[in-house]
Design a binder for this molecule. Structure first.
Ligand SMILES: *Cc1c(COP(=O)(O)O)cnc(C)c1O
Length: 371
């Protein structure tokens, strides 16, 4: 489904006619390292706690629209109050609602590609212009000066930290300066922040800036570190008036009772996830060492540092390497070759040690053969 049929192009709102639906390009494979999910087993006892919570959840009643019990648990974890947080059907719904609330016709989103493609997609759904300030083409670092120079002319901004797919963290002094420079809201998308330090993201998050910068909103999700992508649970942390805006426009029952119950059990068990997250981070470093060793041996492989649960690698014929990984090894990774600025780049999610051994061995073999 690359584009709409001619008939649909005529019938949808004119500004939607050119929209290209998101294609995750998913194929069932033995090892799936394509979507930055957590491939580790659920920590001992947590699945049982989730199952018990689901079994005890009545299905005949509508959900609590604001998920107050879950918000209280999230607030306790993050050291804020219920009034500082709002949940959504995945981080994606909150990203859409952010554009819906604060973007719109005549407004401009400040975007720093290469980054999460959903930002520009949701901006287009909400008729929001996008002002791209590109990262350095070689290092993928943010062009901080250019972002700050563009910010006064933009209505809202999104910075991803750690960034997907480049893996780097946005410095806090830069985020603070951006909040000062942008007349509207600034979102820091911290979908991967738990992997960025050994305190489950507490040392990396920009949350501490909210008190001084009331236009700042932090996005989180249970899809990555918590291995709960299927529950579709994301949340934002911001000043109460910002949360009121998110609450006012959201679809009231978008987070169903089962998702609320499962998410509450996950967040209550957060300490049990810390060792898994620590192991992913150490496996990520091992994987980067292995990729750098391939480069040192003369293989055409480039890899960037990452604070998330994936690594970005560049190698010639990346699209072909990815297809062969899928077809000959049944290993799925994500191809970014088509994306501007990411020619010949693949994103490999960090999996279990065994999955990582397999993908590294297969990747090295294929890169050699493609030389
Ligand atoms: C995965 C991801 C999200 C949110 O994903 P959901 O599954 O919708 O919660 C948000 N931002 C980035 C950059 C992501 O990679």
């Amino acid at each position: 489904m690359a584009e709409l049929t001619p008939r649909m192009k005529e019938l949808v709102q004119p500004y939607l006619a050119g929209i290209e639906p998101y294609d995750p390009n998913f194929t069932p494979t033995r090892i799936n390292l394509s979507a930055n999910e957590n491939t580790y087993p659920v920590p001992a006892g947590v699945r049982e706690a989730i199952d018990a919570a689901l079994a005890a959840t009545p299905l005949n009643r509508y959900p609590d629209p604001m998920s107050n019990e879950l918000r209280d648990e999230l607030a306790a974890w993050h050291g804020v109050t219920r009034e500082n947080t709002c949940v959504g059907n995945g981080g994606d719904e909150l990203l859409y609602n952010y554009l819906l609330a604060f973007g719109g016709a005549g407004r401009t989103l400040l975007n720093c590609p290469p980054c999460f493609s959903e930002y520009a997609f949701f901006a287009s759904l909400c008729q929001t212009e996008v002002r791209d300030v590109w990262r350095d083409p070689a290092s993928f670092e943010l062009d901080q000066a250019a972002v700050l120079a563009a910010a006064p002319e933009c209505s809202l901004a999104i910075v991803t930290s750690p960034n997907n797919p480049t893996g780097d963290v946005a410095p806090l002094d830069f985020v603070a300066a951006l909040c000062d420079a942008c007349p509207g809201m600034v979102m820091v998308d911290e979908a991967y922040v738990e992997f960025a330090d050994d305190s489950f993201g507490a040392a990396t998050t920009a949350q501490g800036l909210i008190a001084e910068h009331p236009n700042l909103v932090i996005l989180h999700t249970l899809s990555k570190a918590f291995g709960a992508a299927g529950t579709r649970l994301g949340y934002v942390i911001a000043a109460p008036e910002v949360i009121d805006a998110f609450a006012a426009i959201r679809q009231i029952y978008s987070v169903n009772v089962l998702s609320q119950a499962a998410a509450l059990a996950c967040v209550r068990a957060r300490d049990a996830y810390a060792p898994v997250v620590a192991q992913v981070a150490s496996e990520r470093e091992r994987e980067l060492c292995a990729l750098h060793a391939m480069a040192a041996e003369g293989l055409p492989v480039e890899a960037w540092p990452s604070a998330a649960n994936f690594v970005l690698v560049r190698t010639p014929h990346a699209t072909h390497v990815r297809e062969r990984l899928r077809d000959e090894y049944s290993i799925l990774v994500r191809d970014f070759s088509y994306a501007p600025g990411l020619a010949d780049c693949l994103r490999i999610t960090v999996g279990t040690p065994q999955e990582n051994d397999e993908v590294l061995a297969a990747f090295a073999a294929l890169v050699k053969e493609e030389m």
